[in-house]
Design a protein around this ligand. Sequence first.
Ligand code: NAD
Length: 334
Amino acid sequence: MLKLRVGVIGLGVGEKHAEAIARIPECELAVVCDKNPTALAAVAGKFPGVVARERDTDILDDPAIDLVCIASYDDCHFFQTMRALERGKHVFVEKPFVLHEEEALRVRAQLRSRPNLRLSSNLILRRSPRFLDLRQRIIAGQFGNLYHLEAEYNYGRLEKITEGWRGKLPFYSAVHGGGVHVADLLMWLARDRVLEVSAVGNALVSQGSGFGNFDNVVAVLRFASGAIGKLGVNFGCRMPHFHAVALYGTKATFLNGRDCAWLYTSADAHVPPLILDTAYPGVHKGALIASFVAAIQGTGEAEVNEEDVFASLSVCFAIERSAHSGLPVKVNYV
Ligand SMILES: NC(=O)c1ccc[n+]([C@@H]2O[C@H](COP(=O)([O-])OP(=O)(O)OC[C@H]3O[C@@H](n4cnc5c(N)ncnc54)[C@H](O)[C@@H]3O)[C@@H](O)[C@H]2O)c1
């Protein structure tokens, strides 16, 4: 089988994409790109023989490239994804893969007209050993029926929106940028879909910084199964980055902690919980790419497929809309 020739655009977390590609035997890391020459030189120097380019179109328009990994700023993802698809390339794009529902609809239409092309996004919590173990336990029936699910994306990196590029974009959504991880996580764990959301938000922590959107959002969720739950996005919390996940089933309760998680099977305070010390997050940021490459080559399934990419962001579009309108919003699955 011919190797896939791969280009990586944006070399922050994109360096991790490049590392992952370089380790996949079915791929050749052909080109890396960053518009910042210093970042480009620093990363390109780690991959001898790889071509370095400052312009994204040098990758997007290169007929010899089969797969593009996009890890540029959020407001570049739509243009770069569309251009790559139009030029017949597969796309692995960082989250959020687009900023607006209309853009998602256009990517969807493009994919429908090119059924041979694959798209995935870096919803990396799926590869965390802690959550992989949790999902196996759910599938094995240890939780009975899940009836209440919560996940908070406690970013703890306010400076990313008050000082970095995120806060300088004309539109940045903490829900799309961070909430998408936990929206996907909850639906993947529960094998369920969110039907409706009701959200509120505030920006008390970033007040006065010039950031123009909520830095803290809470959404109540209603799932297709009848389960309910809560999704939170909290960029300004005074604690290190953490995913506060709590799942309540008819047979067991899961609470995530940093060093370990707890699995309760009894309401009796004398019955100790099972300690789950699986690694958390414990995953390389390029870990999803190998299964995506297998899906492209028809030898396996992508851990995050097209439906997952559209579904998780569709939930985020609804949360953003609800937080700004003050009204419950039904999720429109793009
Ligand atoms: N999945 C994850 O866990 C995860 C983690 C971090 C970041 N991200 C996502 O990755 C993307 C990049 O974030 P980051 O933290 O790596 O940012 P970063 O600032 O560390 O790196 C981004 C790099 O991309 C370059 N760049 C931006 N736009 C470009 C363009 N149009 N052409 C060429 N180069 C361009 C910048 O010069 C910069 O060097 C964002 O969409 C972010 O949400 C995802």
